[in-house]
Design a protein around this ligand. Structure first.
Ligand code: SAH
Length: 200
């Protein structure tokens, strides 16, 4: 199933002129397939409402739709939205696209999937986490390894608990942060959280 999923996800077009300031980069299909497969096996995708924050060209949104989720894709940038629409059409999938800043996003979802921007110079990634923890019952988020403790602290102060942290290594284009010039291999985490029942 994962091989077939990865094959489908490989068809999803990348950004044409990635905006570095928005940290636009497409999640590699192999990593997206791992994330989606894990979420699917946990019962967090099929038949559920799934929100993808910072959906880009649709890697996680379209993957979730392929696996039977009702998807809302949140993305603020015009070109990404256009390519996402084309990718959905090419794969014959329907997703709801909400074009807005995630700060405006206000829908609840069973599951939030995200590979948000993480700048060393701003807390934009934590803003995504704040939204995800507020609106999702379960969250699957990709982040740089170096931010693990900060994100875990952040989750610890929310109504969610960390269920698992899985480690991956991916290749990033040279212009994107958190790696040395020589090596473009970047260590990342998939952090999975779930809302606890003992909230007030
Ligand atoms: N989820 C996609 C794209 C990841 S790149 C994938 O996995 O391939 C991060 C995306 O977040 C970019 O498309 C960027 O345009 C978008 N983005 C960045 N800041 C945003 C914001 N404040 N509100 C909404 N989208 C934002």
């Amino acid at each position: 199933m994962k091989t077939e999923l990865k094959k489908q996800l490989s068809k999803i077009s990348d950004f044409e002129n990635p905006r570095i300031s928005l940290e636009q980069y497409r999640t590699p299909p192999a990593l997206a397939a791992d994330l989606l497969h894990t979420a699917y096996m946990q019962g967090d995708i099929e038949g559920l409402k799934v929100a993808d924050l910072g959906a880009g060209t649709g890697m996680l949104s379209l993957g979730a739709a392929l696996l039977g989720a009702e998807v809302v894709a949140v993305e603020k940038e015009d070109d990404a939205v256009r390519i996402l629409e084309e990718n959905a059409k090419d794969l014959g999938l329907e997703v709801e696209i909400v074009q807005e800043d995630i700060e405006e996003f206000n829908q609840d979802a069973d599951t939030v999937l995200m590979n948000p921007p993480f700048s060393q110079h701003s807390d934009i990634g934590l803003k995504f986490w704040e939204k995800a923890l507020e609106h999702g019952d379960t969250v699957y988020g990709i982040s740089p390894r170096g931010l693990r403790e900060r994100i875990k602290d952040f989750v610890g102060n929310s109504s969610h608990e960390v269920l698992a942290v899985e480690e991956f290594s991916i290749s990033l284009p040279p212009s994107y942060g958190f790696h040395t010039e020589e090596s473009h291999e970047t260590e990342i985490d998939l952090i999975i959280t779930r809302r606890t029942d003992n909230g007030t």
